[in-house]
Design a protein around this ligand. Structure first.
Ligand code: ADP
Ligand code: MG
Length: 263
């Protein structure tokens, strides 16, 4: 049975309130258990809604399973590849670690503080940050839709294989990529007042010779009280990574001045 069919089947079961009985009858494959863990009823309904709205036509296997989110490979009705990022709503760790990035952001001043609401706001925040990044002409996966804990993104890569991160494959043109990333930080800061806050070799993918930054939920507006600390850390992470690739890196001060501009 395809993944999509499983999801629809599961929803149908839920709606008929036969869930427990049918689960007991269901032969448990590994895939089904993964489905169980990530797709609680609300998540299933959200995905179902994306099917009905013709935003997703199909959903295939998992591309990445992190502590906080799973990324699935999917396609839209035209066959365009999608990355479907599903934030887990059952992770108890979530609240504590994320709050500092959320509080102090005027966009999220009035959110409820229960874990589910925070996860939903977190997904919204990533969506908005990606939109801002595009506005600043920074290469990121195009955000397509967000609803509750599910984010639909342009797929960076091909045939379900994500483009390699800098961690996986160091770039062939490190100097060029280094300067491009500094330029990205500058555009984010000066054009849309955003600080990424988690720049590292894990959150940059190389695709068609160009760096794409992603995983932007934690990015904060420059008005955030911690923004400066996050920016300094980003700059240090960049230099640390590229120094190892034998790039003759700029001094911290020089990058900082470039990014922040004349303020
Ligand atoms: N838009 C995308 N296109 C292709 N692959 C993606 C996309 N977004 C994420 N991935 C894959 O999933 C992995 C984890 O994504 P990320 O957004 O960093 O989630 P996490 O919060 O779990 O770190 C990435 O390293 C990449 O391999
Ligand atoms: Mg990541």
């Amino acid at each position: 049975m395809t993944f999509k069919k499983r999801i629809i089947k599961k929803i149908t079961e839920e709606e008929k309130r036969y869930e427990t009985e049918s689960l007991m009858k269901e032969k448990r494959s590994e895939e089904y258990e993964v489905l169980e863990e990530v797709f609680d009823k609300s998540t299933l309904m959200t995905i179902y809604d994306f099917f009905n709205r013709n935003i997703i036509a199909d959903i295939y296997g998992v591309v990445s399973s992190g502590k906080e989110a799973r990324i699935y490979w999917g396609k839209d009705p035209k066959g365009k590849e999608l990355a479907i990022k599903i934030y887990l709503t059952i992770s108890g760790e979530f609240k504590k670690g994320k709050l500092p990035y959320m509080l102090g952001d005027p966009r999220f001043a009035n959110i409820k503080k229960d874990t589910r609401s925070l996860v939903f706001a977190w997904a919204q925040k990533e969506f908005k940050n990606l939109e801002l990044a595009r506005e600043a002409n920074v290469r990121v996966p195009k955000p397509i839709e967000v609803q509750k804990n599910v984010l639909i993104l342009e797929f960076i890569g091909e045939n379900g294989v994500p483009a390699p991160s800098l961690k996986e494959i160091p770039p062939e043109n490190p100097l060029e990529v280094y300067y491009q990333l500094i330029e990205y930080l500058e555009r984010l800061y000066q054009k849309v007042e955003l600080v990424h806050g988690d720049i590292s070799e894990y959150n940059v993918m190389m695709w068609q010779g160009k760096p794409y930054i992603f995983d932007m939920a934690q990015a904060v507006l420059t008005a955030h009280p911690m923004a400066d600390i996050f920016l300094r850390r980003d700059i240090e992470n960049l230099n640390r990574y590229f120094r190892r690739l034998k790039v003759d890196v700029l001094s911290f001060e020089e990058i900082y001045k470039r990014v922040v501009g004349n303020v």
